[in-house]
Design a protein around this ligand. Sequence first.
Ligand SMILES: [Zn+2]
Ligand SMILES: [Zn+2]
Length: 345
Amino acid sequence: MKALVYQGPGKKALEDRPIPEVKAPTDAVVKIVKTTICGTDLHILKGDVPTCSPGRILGHEGVGMVEKTGPGVTAFRPGDRVLISCISACGKCEYCRRGMYSHCTTGGWILGNEIDGTQAEYVRIPHADTSLYPIPAGADEEALVMLSDILPTGFECGVLNGRVEPGSTVAIVGGGPIGLAALLTAQFYSPAEIIMIDLDDNRLQMAKRFGATATVNAAGGEAAETVMKMTGGRGVDTAIEAVGVPASFVTCEDIVAPGGTIANVGVHGAKVDLHLERLWSRNITITTRLVDTVTTPMLLKTVQSRKIDPKQLITHRFKLDQILDAYDTFGRAASTHALKVIVEA
Ligand SMILES: [Zn+2]
Ligand SMILES: [Zn+2]
């Protein structure tokens, strides 16, 4: 089968690989129908993710059809259409029992990281019963690809951890796919204001279409001052960090109002400055989280009932044998205006 393989920092190739087999009784082998590329895949390619070794098939998002199941799989049968979660969960360990699937002792984020992933014609899914979700009949499978990772990530790490409430003021720093997913799902709670901050005017325009009440271009280095002016000097109740660089975290520290929350979503590769000398007395909460995908079934219902339309995030479509072009388009988002690219297997 064809598969996109990480070959070490800066190197990737479309290779021929054997079709994966069921290894454990609880495994399923899924034939990929549609997958996508994530910002995290670019982090791996930069060499930022040491758990991912050369030779690994990348990808942790997608929808497909069950091809084979181990004898321990009871919830799925060959032929079932499934949504693949970016987080694999045994459902039984201490962390899984607490709903913290991201820290499952035999799972978590392993797909396209510690085990071969979804940017291929087939993928082996461990703990299939608790790591796959059935796709309802008639569902738009392209839209559901957005539910493997980015929608639950924006919602759980940004909106839920950020305690977005009716009438509250929210700022999202970073208008990439994750920031936009947070923007879409924040609106479940009817905040009064959602301010999107980014460096790219195209992304800010998208954010307006997705429901941002105001946008701030951070290019001039005065994003924090602008947000403070917009909020009458008060700041925002929720500051969602959706970039993962020191400057964007500092922006969140600069704009959070007393009693507010900084919800970190970004993948940080370097330390950031924690300004406790300013924050210590301001009743601030800072949260971190790796997505648990516990809200996936709920999000699936909101997509089915058209409360949100994650398909808006899809900007480009490719076939699996064009996946190198897909990476190129996704990697040059500033000039290609790419958000999520769909790769059809
Ligand atoms: Zn991802
Ligand atoms: Zn577990």
